[in-house]
Structures are given as C-alpha cells and as structure tokens.
Design a protein around this ligand. Sequence first.
Ligand code: BG6
Ligand code: MG
Length: 209
Amino acid sequence: MKAVIFDLDGVLVFTDKFHFKAWKALADELGIYFDEAINNRLRGVSRMESLEIVLERSDKTYTEKEKLAFAAKKNEIYRGYLTAMTENDVTEEVRCTLTKLKEKGYKIAVGSSSKNAKLILEKVKLLDVFDKIADGNDIQKSKPDPEVFLKAAEFLGVEPESCYVVEDAEAGVIAGNRANMKTIATGDAKQSKLANYEIQKFSDILNIV
Ligand code: BG6
Ligand code: MG
C-alpha cells in the first residue's frame, strides 16, 4: 500500500493567510513588529511555539497565564475568519487531484499541526474525502518533529517509506524527511531546497507519485 499525506494550512486550503492576519492583529495590539518573513517561520509550528516566535520581538516578558491568553485571543480571531469558509475555498484542481490519487490506489491522509484541522475540513467539505486525519490534537511534538506524519501513516496502516508528504513549510519538509517519507514542496517550502520534489501547481503531484 502507498499513501500521500497532505499538510492542511497552505497546501489544501489557504488558511495560512488567516493565520498571518490573526497573528498580525495580536502583534499590533501588543505593539510588536510582525511581517510575512516572521510569519513564514510559523508555518507548520504549533500555536504556542508560534506565539514564542512572535514574542521574540517584544522587550517585555510575559507570564504563562498571559501567554495562554494571547494564544486564545489569536485563535479567536483566526476562528472568526474560518466561519466564512465554504466548499468554494478548495479548488477544483485540489478535489480532482485527490480523486485521481484514490483512483490510482493511494490512501490519502491529512497531517497537520493544527487543532482546528477537522473544523476546517468540515467547512470546506473535505472531511469525508480523506481516509485518515492526524492533527494537533493527536501529537505531543509539532513539526519539524516527524510525529504527526508517523501518526498519519500508522492510522492508515501504511509503512512510512511508502508515503509521500506534501508541504508548504520548511518545518514540515524536515518532519517528512525525518519520518523517512518522500517529500514534495509547494509554496514557501521550495526556498529551502530540502524536499525530494517540488511542484508548481497542485496537480503536478500526479506526475511524481
Ligand atoms: C499549522 C500552521 O498548520 O497549524 C501553523 O501552519 C499553526 O501556522 C499550526 O500555528 C497550529 O494551528 P492551530 O489552528 O492549532 O492554532
Ligand atoms: Mg502548512
């Protein structure tokens, strides 16, 4: 058996722009500088680890309680953007490619650091398309640790060596490589040149697997 494991934010859906806007709103409120380059470091990284990166630019130190409140605030703003999502937020190209992969006999899964993954998949009507979902609720360590991808492979019952990982995050590509999976980079992840393959458009996956 073979499988393709997809990252969610920035690969299947463009929720990465919502993460950016929500972190930016929080950073602005705290008077902390934040830009796209800093945001790219948050790709694939858990919510609390992302917050630590955002706070690097602050000269204040915050208590754990304050940090939890900041993360909750960011998540509230982020989830506000998610409420407007519909099936139109997934392209035909993505849906068609997933169908073709299944026709080719691949198992497909999501491997995401997000605790909002199932909510998003439900909103865009992709929840039933995937055989399995491993997300931020299933793991102790987020990318670049390989845990989420190894969990997805375990849920599918497919050996890691028989899995491809599609990622837009450098941390995600490193996680896929550490999991002994073949990695396919899209978007920002192409810059680091760490993946086995690169794609220009989503359907290019069909020329690789
Ligand atoms: C990843 C995103 O998919 O999920 C990260 O790339 C994000 O930017 C992480 O921090 C955690 O997301 P959430 O939805 O649990 O806050
Ligand atoms: Mg991503």
